[in-house]
Design a protein around this ligand. Structure first.
Ligand code: SAM
Length: 277
C-alpha cells in the first residue's frame, strides 16, 4: 500500500518552475509574464487538458460570490481557469508541495492571488470547516486514493447543502490489464482504480444525490488521434503537462494510458452530483 509521501514523491522531480519557464520560453512565451493560454498546455494536468476543463465549466453556473474547492489542484491550471472565467474564489488543496509552490507563483504572476489560493494537504483530512464551499471539483486525483469512501465523505463534509461536486477521472474498464507506469502511478501499488458503477455507488453511499455519470472514452480517443496528427505534421501536441512533470518517462506513460483506453482497461469518466439541500 502506498503512502502520501510515495504519491507526492511520484509527482516531485524538482526544479519544476525552472522547467516550466524553459518550456514557455521554447514556445515563444514570456516566462515572467505568462498568459492563461500560454500556460494551458502545461498547467492542466489531466486527460485532454484544457478541453475537459472548458467542457466542465460549460455545464456549470457559478456566481462571482461563490467559493469553490479544487481537490488535488496540481499546479493550478483548472483553478485559475475557473477564477478567470467566473470571477469566483477558489481554494486548491494538493499533497505535492512542489506543485503548490509553483501554483502560487504562477497565480501571482497572473494577479489572481486574491481569489485563488493553494494549500498543501491531504484530501482525506482537509483543513477546512464544514459546509464552507458552494461547489467542488477534482480532476484525475481519485486514482491515487485508496479509501474512496473517506474521500467522498470528506468532500461531502466541506460542501454547503445543495453544493455540487464534479469529478473527471479514470475508472477501471472491463478490458485487460493496464500497464505501468502511468502519469498518476509508477506501479499498481499506488493506483486505485474502481469501476464507474463503484464510483456512482460510493458517492451515493456518502450522501450525494442527482448523480449523472458520463463515459468520455470516444472524446479521449479522438483527442489522442488529433494529437498524433499534429505530431506527425511536426507540431507540438496540445497537451504537454505529462512531459513537463515526468520528463523522459512521459512517452511510456502516455503509450500505456493510450493502450489502456483503446483496450478498455481504463475508462475516462465525468461525474456531476450534489449534496442534498
Ligand atoms: C494528475 S494530477 C492532477 C492535478 C490537477 N487536478 C489538474 O488537473 O491539473 C493528480 C494530483 O493529485 C494530487 N493528489 C493525489 N492524492 C492526493 C491526496 N490524497 N490529497 C491531495 N492531493 C492529492 C497529486 O499531488 C497531484 O497533484
Amino acid at each position: 500500500m502506498s503512502t502520501s509521501s510515495d504519491i507526492a514523491g511520484h509527482y516531485t522531480k524538482g526544479d519544476l518552475l525552472a522547467r516550466l519557464h524553459k518550456a514557455l520560453a521554447a514556445d515563444g512565451a514570456d516566462p515572467e509574464r505568462p498568459t492563461l493560454e500560454a500556460l494551458a498546455p502545461y498547467d492542466q494536468f489531466h486527460g485532454r487538458g484544457l478541453e475537459v476543463t472548458e467542457e466542465l465549466a460549460d455545464t456549470l453556473s457559478v456566481a462571482p460570490s461563490d467559493h469553490l474547492l479544487d481537490i488535488g489542484s496540481g499546479i493550478g491550471g483548472p483553478a485559475r481557469y475557473f477564477a478567470n472565467r467566473f470571477g469566483c474564489r477558489i481554494t486548491g488543496i494538493d499533497l505535492t508541495e512542489e506543485f503548490c509552490a509553483v501554483a502560487r507563483e504562477v497565480t501571482t504572476q497572473l494577479s489572481l492571488q486574491d481569489r485563488v489560493r493553494f494549500e498543501q494537504g491531504d484530501a482525506l483530512a482537509m483543513p477546512f470547516a464544514d459546509a464552507g464551499f458552494d461547489g467542488a471539483y477534482s480532476m484525475n486525483v481519485s486514482m491515487n486514493i485508496a479509501d474512496k469512501a473517506a474521500f467522498y465523505a470528506e468532500i461531502h463534509r466541506v460542501l454547503k447543502p445543495g453544493g455540487w461536486l464534479m469529478l473527471s477521472e479514470i475508472a477501471r474498464g472491463d478490458g485487460g490489464e493496464l500497464s505501468y507506469p502511468t502519469p498518476w502511478a509508477e506501479t499498481p501499488d499506488s493506483s486505485f482504480l474502481v469501476t464507474a458503477k463503484q464510483t456512482e455507488d460510493g458517492l451515493r453511499s456518502c450522501g450525494f444525490v442527482d448523480i449523472a455519470l458520463r463515459d468520455t472514452r470516444e472524446q479521449a480517443l479522438a483527442f489522442a488521434k488529433r494529437s498524433r496528427a499534429l505530431v506527425d505534421q511536426g507540431e507540438k501536441p496540445p497537451h504537454r503537462a505529462v512531459q513537463l512533470i515526468h520528463g523522459a518517462a512521459a512517452a511510456t506513460m502516455a503509450a500505456n494510458t493510450g493502450r489502456g483506453f483503446a483496450e478498455s482497461a481504463i475508462l475516462p469518466i465525468e461525474v456531476h452530483c450534489c449534496k442534498a439541500e
